[in-house]
Design a protein around this ligand. Sequence first.
Ligand code: B12
Length: 210
Amino acid sequence: MSYISDISGAIETGKIKVIEELVQTAIDAGLPPLEILNDGMVAAMTAIGERFSRGEAFVPEMLISARTMKKGVDILKPHLTKETANALGTVVIGTVQGDMHDIGKNLVAMMIESAGFQIVDLGVDVSLERFQEAIDSNDNVRIVALSTLLTTTMPSMKRIVAELNANAQRDSFHIIVGGAPITAEFAQQIGADGYSPDAAAAAVLAKSFS
Ligand code: B12
């Protein structure tokens, strides 16, 4: 078995006790951290999602896979992010109201942070009011980033973007959106300034606005 398939196998089957050691071993062997993340970890979450769609896996399995991935990401994080001066301004990020998924959002926050922004992470199930309060109470907010993984919370994203577009300080920040069901077309339709399909591209997108 390769390092990558060991890692994806452990995440898919929720082997939480061995994941830290597997990730550390792969890092020590010199595998690129982004390859470990994308080919090992993200691929495993996609696979468990497909099994859930087919009725072969259930919420508890998704949850244990998510916890296993989080433990793996903690080991990987220092190797993905580099020290920066947070000179590019503040990014307020959150998963929209009604949605509890946070793995993708956390990866986007991590990559944007490593690109040189300061992150204000509001967590999951974030209401319009909490986004607005964060924009008002933090210095130099340049980007507001919204995540959602559920088709049922896409209207929540749409509503939050519409209200943020009416914000008095709207000219001072850009809105970016993402998450598995989101497309560039949807982003444009709801009035967001940008969309990207993954965390690495989100960091490039954020920098393009600075
Ligand atoms: C893990 C998981 C869970 C875990 C979440 C744990 C956690 N802490 O996040 C738990 C078990 C809690 C869960 C619950 C549910 N889930 Co769920 N879950 C998943 C699963 C398997 C993986 C998600 C994930 O972490 N992917 C890996 C990350 C890295 O990818 P990502 O999130 O897409 O993020 C990347 C990009 O999208 C992008 N991105 C993400 N956010 C942003 C933001 C910005 C600004 C930008 C630019 C980019 C960006 O960059 C990220 C990194 O590259 C998916 C299946 C899937 N393939 O997505 C289902 C899935 C999302 N879940 C689903 C469902 C149905 C549910 C439940 C309703 C199940 C239930 N009956 O209770 C609940 C909903 C609870 C709620 N209210 O939120 C469905 C959604 C279907 C739909 N059409 O809406 C999916 C697609 C499974 C399926 N195939 O049916 N889930």
